[in-house]
Write a protein that binds this ligand. Structure first.
Ligand code: SF4
Length: 612
């Protein structure tokens, strides 16, 4: 493994993953060996291993079962199934079985909300879990049947494309967008691939990126990750960033879609990988990059080999590698880097840290990745869907793209719809579609109480807001729509999200590290019926504090679900309030019982109520 990765410390994540897949876990001896081989301090290697929830620095058992624990999985009964599996295997959630065979636990959303309840077994996704499957799974584990011999249909992941537009219906011929880009540059008088002086005046010998950037400008393409930053500005900034000796420019595809409720990138990479890779190559052509990465979330481990096959095909067809399309100096290649279960790596600078083999903690900015990104080189990081759009723009032109959608939000948006709908799955619409229209297409049988748009950090809209529009003018979104009908308790939704953020905080800054824990505890307290208005005030206070003082978007938005639901669904909280006075979060007198036992005292004065 080490030799294959050239003993390169920047490839630490992949080395750790492959070592764990081979050995079962990352033992102290293994970490020492890896640290020595890559020339990094052992503490640094252990720090990286300990940061990611899919790396195990303690024995994990032959079978590691992780239940996806998004609110939509809960609505589909994942908790009952988890309990049933644990009872059949005679073990407690989160504990390794006595014989070291199996552990069962929960993990954050695994990107299968349209076909849950979902589970990862040794990081392989299994969808549509039922009680029958739980029975069979327990049997397979008890008999130590290798995963490769488990029923193949369990591992089937469906695309569930319900409404396709320009992206999901595209029958894309690999290489066509690149050829169109080059032809356009040629018409622009910029391609002179045999003219050395022209080639050398352009980054990395690539020819004619100006015409392509013009098309991107005309298209008004904005990032599909949610923030909506102008793609042209990002690409131009990267292209204009000076290079130091030995540096290159880098293109990164952010496929770490960890936002609960989002699964569109899964489908784009499953069925439209060529379109995405072509978009990355087009971007490389525009900015003058020679190296590209796809940062694939660890939950999509099953996509690694298929994606590598597509890349190999593209290399064989001359669409990746050296002298792409026969243009001398047009060199660009892509590798897939697998994440390891850290939601924060969806943030671009944390993602770059992770790519460099470090814990995925967001960087202090500026400088921005466009000038100082991967290994301090100019880097663009774009969403999977953004690259897919870029390929179509290169092929069909910016004006064509700009005719779709609205003025500020051109093109289409792929929405991942889950929850209380008849047909969960992917729905692609021109921007400007209303939430009500989407719900109509999804098949809603019950009355709608709320729709959580853009995951826990997004916005929760109520019944009276369903005419709001998807787009940067109204509701910008990376694409998740979780639907809750009138039978759902919106407190439970917010409670689930509070724990999600507490689990996913990277711990770098105190307001978020401590704040997310405090908020999760406050929600636990309310859930157990011990809450008071004091706790709700505390939640608002934490929101203000974290919003102003957190280092990155996770901390800034972590209280959004509580504040949204408190504002719009107050009765869900009020019916849980025990009294109007402050009530401590735990029973202090009961906590002192052990001390009373040890001292042999149980008189009235030894109880809190008995003291002054
Ligand atoms: Fe990490 Fe949270 Fe701080 Fe972001 S806000 S850097 S996730 S601790």
């Amino acid at each position: 493994i080490l030799a294959r990765h050239g003993h390169d410390g920047t490839r630490l994540m992949q080395i750790l993953r492959e070592a764990q897949e081979a050995e079962g876990w990352l033992s102290p001896a293994l970490l020492t060996e890896i640290a020595r081989a890559v020339g990094r301090p052992r503490a640094e290697v252990e720090g990286t291993a300990a940061f990611y929830s899919f790396f195990h620095t303690r024995p994990r058992g032959k079978y590691c079962v992780l239940w996806s624990d998004n609110i939509t999985d809960r609505m589909l009964g994942n908790r009952e199934l988890l309990k049933a599996l644990c009872s059949k295997l005679w073990l407690e959630p989160g504990r390794l079985s006595e014989d070291g065979l199996v552990s069962v636990n929960t993990t954050s959303c695994t990107g299968m909300c349209d076909q849950g309840p979902a589970v990862l077994v040794n990081y392989r996704a299994i969808t549509r879990m039922t009680m029958e499957r739980v029975d069979a799974m327990a049997e397979l584990i008890r008999n130590q049947v290798p995963l490769a011999e488990w029923p193949a249909e369990w591992f089937a992941v469906e695309d569930n494309v319900r409404r396709a537009d320009i992206l999901l219906s595209s029958r894309f011929e690999p290489g066509s967008a690149l050829r169109a880009a080059v032809a356009r540059a040629s018409a622009d008088g910029l391609v002179a691939s045999n003219d050395r002086s022209v080639r050398e005046s352009l980054p990395h010998g690539l020819v004619g990126p100006t015409a392509l950037l013009d098309e991107i400008r005309l298209s008004n393409l904005r990032g599909r990750g949610g923030a909506g930053f102008s793609t042209r500005l990002k690409w131009e900034a990267c292209r204009n960033a000076p290079l130091k000796e030995g540096q290159t420019r880098i293109v990164i595809c952010n496929a770490d879609e960890g936002e609960p409720g989002t699964f569109k990138d899964r489908v784009l990479l499953t069925s439209h990988a060529d379109l995405v890779f072509e978009g990355m190559t087009v971007a490389a052509y525009a900015v003058g990059a020679t190296r590209g990465f796809v940062y694939l979330r660890g939950e999509y481990r099953y996509l690694l080999e298929p994606l590598q096959e597509v890349l190999a095909r593209r290399r064989a067809a001359g669409l990746l590698g050296r002298n792409i399309l026969g243009i001398p100096g047009a060199d660009f290649d892509i590798e897939v880097h697998l994440g390891a279960g850290a939601y924060i790596c969806g943030e671009e600078s944390a993602l770059i840290e992770s790519l460099e083999g470090k814990p995925g903690r967001p960087r202090i900015r500026p400088p921005f990745p466009v000038t100082h990104g991967y290994l301090e080189q100019p880097t663009i990081v774009n969403n999977v869907e953004t690259f897919a759009c870029a390929a179509l723009i290169a092929l069909k032109g910016g004006e064509w793209f700009a005719t779709i959608g609205t003025r500020q939000s051109t093109g289409t948006k792929i929405l991942s719809v889950s929850g209380d709908v008849e047909r969960p799955g992917l729905y692609e619409y021109p921007f400007g579609v209303s939430v009500a229209e989407v719900l109509q297409d999804c098949g809603v049988t019950n009355c709608i109480q709320a729709v959580q748009v853009s995951g826990p950090s997004g916005v929760c809209i109520g019944q009276d807001e369903l005419d709001r529009k998807i787009g940067f003018e109204d509701i910008p979104t990376a694409g998740a729509l979780m639907v809750f009908d009138c039978t759902r308790d919106m407190f439970d939704v917010a409670h689930n999200f509070a724990h999600f953020f507490a689990h996913e905080s990277c711990g770098f800054c105190t307001p978020c590290r401590v704040g997310t824990q405090i908020v999760a505890r406050l929600m636990d307290k309310l859930a157990s019926g011990h809450g008071s208005p004091y706790d709700i005030n505390e939640m608002f206070k934490m929101h203000r504090l974290m919003q102003g003082a957190s280092h990155c978007g996770l901390g800034n938005t972590a209280c959004n679900p509580m504040i949204d639901t408190l504002t719009k669904f107050k009765p869900a909280y009020e019916r849980r309030l025990k009294s109007l006075d402050f009530v401590p979060g735990f029973d202090l007198d009961a906590a002192l019982s052990q001390a009373r036992q040890m001292t042999g005292r149980d008189d009235a004065a030894a109880h809190l109520a008995g003291t002054d």
